[in-house]
Design a protein around this ligand. Structure first.
Ligand code: PLP
Length: 413
């Protein structure tokens, strides 16, 4: 029912298998053991899976903490009814501190300034606010330097409006297998432990010390401490790099769209903008409602870090030019990989379905894309036990309206 309605409203969506995410959570739990808490990172719209739906499911499964980068991401979770504690990584500025407190979000203290800001906003509201102190140990991003961290932590612990609930840091190169990078991470951890030990010596308790992202929780089991902060692993992927792979991960994510039109073109016909593709045979061309504005074929542009990486990038570009055909984007239709023809347009693309004779208008195609780049405007359809569980909100409203209409029609007859 829900699925048919979805097809009616929008022929393109991201299917998110909640069971797979919960399975991956179980796998992480098994790996870190029962003594270690889990903070599920749901920033960037849960890495493109839709933050609210994913957070609700994780909360139901008893995850200890959630985390986002930005204040507004935390607000969205609260507005969608998520009750679990949510840590905000980014430093709060100006009136954000008060807003965070009003939404019961847990601020990071990234500097003396943030501490003062949050304390003032807490006093104004006559509420004691738990915070996590972020130590900058070598990521080169945000946090308090180890030399200043002990004093600031002591000040936070002594502040009647602040509760020092957590102490954390972020590793810069946990996924790299290189010995120099591993040593660097160990040094970061040593600096962090220095701060934690100094606080223990001064009798300042910190219940939640956490260091590990996905890569670190795999590579450095001795760094698990009180809590780990997986993102990537929850979503069924191993971080890129040389890492142990002890978990059986399941993929929860699939971008899908239905074919809107199929036409046959004779040899020599050009397909799409700039006539970038000219077909050599009689070709059945399917139009699909996914383009670069939806995030398809959008990749971050990263500057090569070494001459070797530069050569590799050149090599790839050269090969894709030389063997254009083999390097074309593909989509999967009825279990077959078929090529995208010509340029991907803003909201449409064309696929060659000559070899999928059973393809019709309405047949579903599956796309690969960078998940965090896929537009939030595409509805997320959450599946549980292979059945639709939830769709993103505006669609839910539309579907409810449709149902009402149906009821009224049936009453009228
Ligand atoms: C994104 C992020 C994580 C999770 O990283 P993954 O590599 O996806 O597991 C953990 N901690 C911080 C501070 C982050 O920004």
């Amino acid at each position: 029912m829900l699925l048919e309605q979805l097809e009616y409203f929008t022929p393109r969506w991201v299917e998110v298998n909640i069971d797979a995410i919960l399975h991956n959570l179980q796998e992480i739990r098994r790996w870190v053991g029962p003594g270690v808490k889990i903070m599920a990172v749901v920033k960037a719209d849960a890495y493109g899976h839709g933050a609210a739906g994913v957070a609700r499911a994780l909360e139901e499964a008893g995850v200890d903490f959630l985390a986002v980068t930005a204040l507004e991401e935390g607000i969205e979770l609260r507005r969608q009814g998520v009750e679990a504690p949510v840590l905000v990584f980014a430093p709060l500025i100006g009136s954000q501190a008060g807003i965070a407190i009003d939404y019961r979000l847990t601020p990071s203290v990234n500097s003396e300034e943030t501490a003062r800001l949050v304390s003032r906003a807490a006093r104004f509201r006559q509420r004691c606010v738990p915070v996590h102190l972020k130590v900058e140990t070598g990521m080169g991003r945000m946090g308090v330097s180890p030399s200043a961290a002990v004093e600031l932590a002591a000040a936070v612990a002594a502040d009647p409006w602040l509760e020092l609930e957590g102490l954390y840091t972020h590793l810069a190169a946990a996924a790299s297998g290189k010995r120099s990078d591993r040593r660097y991470c160990e040094e970061q951890f040593r600096r962090f432990c220095g701060v934690a030990e100094a606080l223990a010596e001064r009798g300042i308790p910190v219940p939640l010390r956490h260091v590990c992202n996905s890569a670190a929780l795999l590579a450095f089991p001795h760094m698990h401490l009180d809590m780990v902060r997986p993102g990537t692993l929850l979503y069924g992927q191993y971080p890129v790099g040389k890492l142990p792979r002890p978990l059986r991960l399941e993929n929860p994510w699939q971008l899908k769209a239905r074919i809107l039109q199929i036409q046959e073109f004779p040899p020599g016909a050009s397909i799409g903008y700039e006539r970038a593709a000219v077909v050599r045979r009689r070709t059945r061309v399917a139009v699909l409602p996914i383009g670069y504005a939806d995030g398809f074929t959008m990749e971050p542009r990263l500057r090569p870090r070494s001459f070797w990486e530069l050569l590799r990038a050149w090599g790839k570009a050269f090969l894709s030019w030389l063997w254009g055909k083999r390097w074309r984007e593909t989509v999967e239709i009825n279990g077959k990989q078929v090529p995208i023809l010509g340029r991907v347009a803003m909201q449409l693309c064309m696929a060659d379905v000559t070899d999928v004779p059973e393809a019709r208008v309405g047949t579903v195609a599956s796309f690969s894309a960078r998940r965090t780049a896929v537009s939030r405007a595409l509805p997320r359809l959450y599946m549980r036990a292979s059945r639709p569980w939830l769709v993103s909100s505006w669609l839910e409203e539309e579907i409810a309206r449709e149902r009402e209409k149906e009821v009224r029609l049936s009453e009228g007859t």
